[in-house]
Design a protein around this ligand. Structure first.
Ligand SMILES: Cc1ncc(COP(=O)(O)O)c(C=O)c1O
Length: 457
């Protein structure tokens, strides 16, 4: 098919995720064709440095033959094995074992799904089940952060704290609530300690308002991802865990982005020794080579459910739960993180990446730079002193994404002027320099647009 006919067919038939359908029709699709390492090549032959690892998922980089081999081998041997009727397959069992061995605390039980949204959905359903079966059916309310992202399932989208996921979707549900995020750049808290104390106080106040006996759980990402890569102060996650324990509500950590080396360690919980009751992962689990997500459940909760439900099927399942090909992919991806040196590289280059990003602070458009490992956000403003968000009418994110593409670099230009970076963990120092160089050039080029230049203080 020619490029133009692909664009026409796409326009006519493919509904793209989280997009303005109207604007996408006008713009047309950009067709990607191949990838190697940190580089993507589009159908016209342009080679682009992927500073966002697809959708913060291709943590190992593109084109790993060993993963292709693992998938092909498994497909040849046994393309599918159900997890229903007490069947299983070797790769899924091995993967569950390896993940449980590495997970924080007593997260010893793993439910496999297809991605992050259904991992969150599994947590929501099984938390309800847990409280019902343990005789506390009133505990139904769930709390999350404004700007948090927990997927777009019909229930998870309500925990997500982003307006686009609520508007016209009848979300959030009456049992879903949000508190303010720990947002250092936009907070007037005098110190990190105060910012953490405010989050703790907000959670307490919300639980008190609802009645602790009615609250089931608090959900949080260790670093807010889709809400603008907001890195909370060190100590925030453990303070929230302590508060949940004290208030007798479950603590669910959503590591869909932060898991698998994105912030340095295998799981971001490890930065603070946090041991949640539930943890959700996806993305880096298979590094995008096959769809898979997982929900970890603590041994305590698992036992409480298992021991009370003898003889009764727990009606939660999917045809592709524990898919053997995805599991075989995940096993090889895990090997690459550990034996292939990718975790070590993420830690080494992550620190360098953070330093290089800070050099952008002298740019007239850059208000804030924040990062943890190879996960970073750059917040663009039109006034550094007033921290003014770019006026939506300027369409700064749209211009920046286009200019970046022309400069052969991909990043995520969020609607409110925040730019997200999450390069593959195999990125080298030289590639990091190139990423920063191309991004700075793109920012400079933004200033050649008269309306944007005029808007800058
Ligand atoms: C923290 C978090 N949770 C859940 C999800 C949903 O995952 P998926 O898009 O695989 O359904 C995402 C996706 O970006 C995420 O970042």
């Amino acid at each position: 098919m020619t490029v133009n006919s692909l664009i026409e067919s796409d326009r006519a038939h493919w509904i793209h995720p989280v997009s303005s359908w109207h604007d996408h029709e006008q713009r047309g699709v950009t067709v990607l064709r191949s990838g190697k390492g940190v580089y993507l090549t589009d159908i016209e032959g342009n080679e682009l440095l992927d500073g966002f690892a697809g959708l913060w998922c291709v943590n190992v980089g593109y084109g790993h033959d060993s993963i292709v081999e693992a998938a092909a081998e498994q497909m040849r041997r046994l393309a599918y094995a159900t997890g229903y009727f007490s069947f299983g397959s070797e790769p899924a069992i091995l993967l569950a074992q390896k993940l449980a061995d590495r997970a924080p605390g007593d997260l010893k039980h793993v439910y496999f799904g297809l991605g992050g949204s259904d991992a969150v959905d599994s947590a929501i359903r099984l938390i309800r089940y847990y409280y019902n079966i343990t005789g506390r059916p009133a505990k139904k309310h769930m709390i999350a952060l404004e700007r948090g992202y927990h997927g777009s399932s019909s229930t998870g989208a309500g925990l997500t704290g982003l307006p686009a996921f609520h508007l016209h979707f009848d979300a959030p549900a009456p049992m879903q609530h949000h508190i303010a995020p720990p947002y250092p750049y936009r907070s007037d808290a005098a110190s990190d300690v105060e910012l953490i104390a405010r989050s703790v106080a907000d959670l307490r106040a919300k639980v008190e308002e609802l009645g602790a006996e009615n609250v089931a759980a608090f959900f949080a990402e260790p670093v807010i991802g889709s809400g603008g890569v907001i890195v909370p102060p060190k100590g925030w996650l453990s303070a929230m865990q302590a508060t949940c324990r004290e208030l007798d509500i479950l603590f669910v950590v959503d590591e869909v982005i932060t898991g698998f080396g994105r912030t340095g360690p295998l799981f971001a919980c490890e930065h603070e020794g946090v041991t949640p009751d539930f943890m959700t992962v996806a993305k880096g689990l298979t590094a995008g080579y096959a769809p898979m997500g997982a929900m970890f459940m603590s041994d305590r909760i698992y036992r409480a459910i298992a021991d009370r439900s003898a003889g009764q099927p727990i009606g939660h399942g999917q045809t592709y739960s524990g898919h053997p090909v995805s599991a075989a992919v995940a096993l090889e991806v895990l090997r690459l993180y550990e034996e292939g040196g990718l975790l070590a590289n993420s830690q080494a280059v992550g620190a360098y990446f953070g330093e290089r990003l800070k050099t952008l602070l002298d740019h007239p458009l850059v208000g804030d730079v924040r990062s943890l490992g190879l996960l970073a956000g750059v917040e663009l403003v039109t006034s550094k002193t007033a921290k003014t968000r770019p006026d939506a009418a300027l369409n700064l994110p749209g211009h920046l994404a286009r200019i970046g593409y022309d400069n052969k670099v991909i990043f995520r230009a969020f609607g409110d002027g925040i730019v997200g970076f999450a390069p593959p963990l195999c990125i080298t120092r030289d590639e990091t320099d190139l990423l920063i160089e191309r991004f700075r050039a793109s920012l400079d080029e933004l200033l050649t647009i008269k309306e944007i230049r005029d808007a800058v203080d």
